[in-house]
Design a binder for this molecule. Structure first.
Ligand code: PEP
Length: 251
């Protein structure tokens, strides 16, 4: 099996003003300019996207949005479409982050529509899935993930999903300082890859990138990345400081 190119993605969540975002992105571009064997993506807030896109244009740092709405345009006050995100210079979009599911009532069915809209527009969707602490304690991890994958990817063919990235983010590990052990993460990533093979085909299962997310830091990234089915990381807190994020990128 050809090794998949790693992707290290930074989710800046609701942090950084426009000025701060430009400053952080500029530092990151310098710190990561020597990286060729890993894809890099940062996802600032919507308000900073167009500005940051000028900073990262022509560099090895890709740009992503943290969410989208699936309609192309219309009377949807406060929402932003895939086309608008593209026109701001993005090539990626994070979809279904657990904070969106928890605080903004996103469901597997809205995730499905958002992935469809991203793919139709040519954006690379990063679909976030993961179990909560109580679900893991009740041994429901695999059934929850199965449901999130089945419903999130309902109606697609493997041809549609060639660019899809999956981020496995156990909710109990996000922003808590608790990381899944590399063994726990690998077990889930293996399960997800076999699920993709069953639902779609072997080619997609072998080429799809599955990122781990949840308290990734410079001191745990190398071990996570040594696992055969972990193809990168979605990093929250530790992506806000360009020096720290650069250490993760240089795992
Ligand atoms: C995230 O926001 O996707 C995330 C994994 O956050 P953190 O790295 O802070 O746990």
């Amino acid at each position: 099996m050809g090794k998949r190119k790693p992707l290290i993605a930074g989710n800046w969540k609701m942090f950084k003003t426009c000025t701060e975002a430009v400053e952080t992105a500029s530092k990151l571009v310098k710190l990561s300019s020597n990286v060729t064997d890993t894809d890099i993506m940062i996802a600032p807030t919507f308000t900073s996207l167009a500005l940051v896109s000028k900073v990262v244009a022509g560099t090895n740092v890709g740009l992503g949005a943290q969410n989208l709405f699936w309609e192309a345009q219309g009377a949807y006050t406060g929402e932003i479409s895939a086309q608008m995100i593209l026109s701001a210079g993005c090539s990626y979009v994070i979809i279904g982050h657990s904070e969106r599911r928890q605080f903004f009532s996103e469901t597997d069915s809205s995730v499905n529509k958002k992935i469809n809209s991203a793919i139709q527009s040519g954006l690379i969707p990063v679909m976030c899935i993961g179990e909560t602490g109580p679900e893991r304690d009740a041994d429901k991890t695999f059934s929850i993930l199965d449901k999130q994958v089945q419903m999130g990817l309902e109606g697609f063919s493997s041809g549609n999903l060639r660019s899809l990235v999956i981020a496995y983010e156990p909710v109990w590990a996000i922003g808590t300082g608790k990381t899944a052990t590399s063994g726990q993460a690998q077990e889930v990533h293996r399960f997800l890859r076999s699920l993709i093979e069953k639902k779609f085909d072997k080619n997609l299962a072998e080429s799809i990138r599955i990122l781990y997310g949840g308290s990734v830091k410079p001191d745990n990234i190398a071990e996570l990345m040594s696992m055969p089915d972990i193809d990168g990381a979605l990093v929250g807190g530790a992506s806000l400081d360009p020096e720290v994020f650069s250490k993760i990128i240089h795992f």
